[in-house]
Ligand binder design. Structure first.
Ligand code: ACO
Length: 418
């Protein structure tokens, strides 16, 4: 099947292609050569930037699958480290592969001692996302980061997944002025992280199974989301054959923005603001509808999901269960639920198909786990690490891969002379 384009009276046949889930695309890769025209798609809402076999989303039907597996059959059911293996290697690990993978991740959880000095030079007010991005970028000075040597690449992948949680916990410890707690190799990925966050040398810290399981589920829910802003950033940077640390640290920086991963921090701050304002959530729904207010309901809306975000659905259920199991009652959860109910019945939100996204309920759970607000997006980064890596690998091995270099429609001054 071809698509017909009529441009300035001339007809062109453009090839089409279909994905395995039947999505239809018009191949415009030769458009400029054939017609002299380029396409215009600000924000890339209609642009397929690559072919990818990692994650499938149907935003109309609220479907999210990693390598074909529905998110509902992974989150809370398959450990995060196995999901990481699935995203990177394409299949869930068998028992032997899982044991070897976990062992290798544990063996790579220690941060290079030389890197630790860097922590001392950030001001105490530094945002942990800034610290994390800086630390990951600096890893390429400490390890061979050659993008062409497969043995180095595999080792660097293990370092990134193994160390990201250690770097995250260390940045928190530095910010509260407590001594660093080193990883312990007999603990699971999530238990290790929670212990590095909350233990002190003054006593042993027993990791709660409820907290460990809740964190594992959260990380799985965040592990990949196809060509989102941070993943596209990782792909963009890696298209120049930049090394894996340079590419992934760019992803951390992109994730930090409040319209992307930074929304989880912004949601909690919004809920706190509403609580301090006598819990008047209806006022904030009205404010979000007023374009002049400059205020948006954080945690609402999504470029792709136009029905519901399946991750938000799972998180809403999990928030009730986790708070219940931990014996925590949080007025912010009640405000979040009331806000959602009002917004979902309001024509402004209904007409624009605005629903809660992954960031709407995650913060309430992080808070119940004792995670400070400015660490929320860091937790998102730990979860998204395998996704970024899987896309970095796919990009590297793509026979059609070329350096990313979009065109523009120039609107500046035409030729003039000083
Ligand atoms: N509150 C109020 N109005 C909104 C919201 C919101 N949260 N989101 C979108 N709208 C409105 C817009 O004003 C616009 O209205 P209009 O058509 O009358 O002009 C319409 O809905 C479409 O919005 P866009 O900004 O064009 O949608 P886009 O796809 O570009 O943006 C985004 C998606 C960034 C997620 C947006 O919905 C938003 O800012 N949400 C709040 C931030 C947030 O929660 N981000 C996390 C996303 S999930 C993630 O990245 C992990």
């Amino acid at each position: 099947m071809t698509a017909k384009l009529i441009l300035e009276g001339k007809e062109y046949d453009l090839p089409t292609l279909r994905g395995t889930e039947n999505e239809l695309a018009i191949d415009i890769s030769k458009l400029r050569a054939q017609t002299g025209a380029v396409t215009y798609d600000p924000g890339y809402g209609n642009t397929g930037s690559c072919q990818s076999a990692i994650t499938f989303i149907d935003g109309e039907a609220g479907i999210l699958r990693y390598r074909g597996y529905p998110i509902e059959e992974l989150a809370g059911k398959v450990p995060f480290t196995h999901v990481a293996y699935l995203l990177i290697h394409g299949e869930l690990p068998n028992a032997e592969q899982a044991a070897a993978w976990s062992e290798s991740l544990r063996g790579n959880s220690l941060v290079h001692e030389g890197l630790l000095n860097f922590f001392d030079h950030f001001p105490v007010t530094a945002h942990p996302m800034n610290i994390l991005a800086g630390m990951i970028s600096s890893m390429s000075s400490f390890y061979p980061a050659d993008s062409t040597d497969d043995a180095h690449i595999q080792q660097n992948i293990l370092r990134l997944i193994g160390q990201v949680k250690t770097l995250a916990a260390f940045s928190y410890k530095k910010s509260v002025g407590e001594p660093l707690i080193y990883p312990r190799n007999d603990l699971s990925y999530c238990a290790n992280f929670l212990r590095m966050m909350f233990a002190t040398p003054c006593g042993e810290y027993e990791v709660s199974k409820t907290m460990e399981d809740a964190l594992d589920m959260l990380l799985v829910l965040h592990a990949d989301h196809e060509q989102n802003c941070s993943t596209s950033t990782v792909r963009m940077v890696s298209s120049s054959e930049a090394n894996i640390y340079a590419s992934v640290s760019a992803g951390v920086n992109a994730l930090w923005g409040p319209l992307h991963g930074g929304a989880n921090q912004a949601v909690l701050e919004m809920l706190q603001r509403i609580e301090a304002d006598s819990g008047d959530y209806k006022k904030y729904v009205e404010m979000a509808k007023d374009k002049n207010s400059g205020f948006r309901l954080m945690g609402f809306g999504h470029r792709v999901y136009k029905n519901f975000d399946p991750r938000a659905k799972l998180l809403k259920k999990a928030a009730d269960a986790v708070l219940d199991e931990l014996g925590v009652s949080d007025p912010l959860l009640d405000i979040a639920k009331s806000l959602e109910e009002v917004a979902l019945n309001d024509s402004f939100f209904v007409e624009r198909k605005l629903y809660p996204n992954v960031d709407f309920y995650s913060g309430v759970i992080y808070r119940a786990l004792g995670i400070p607000t400015d660490m929320f997006t860091v937790l998102f980064s730990i979860g998204r690490m395998p996704g970024w890596i899987a896309h970095w690998m796919e990009m590297r091995n793509d026979p059609d891969g070329r350096i990313h270099r979009p065109r523009q429609i120039y609107t500046g001054a035409t030729l003039r002379h000083p």
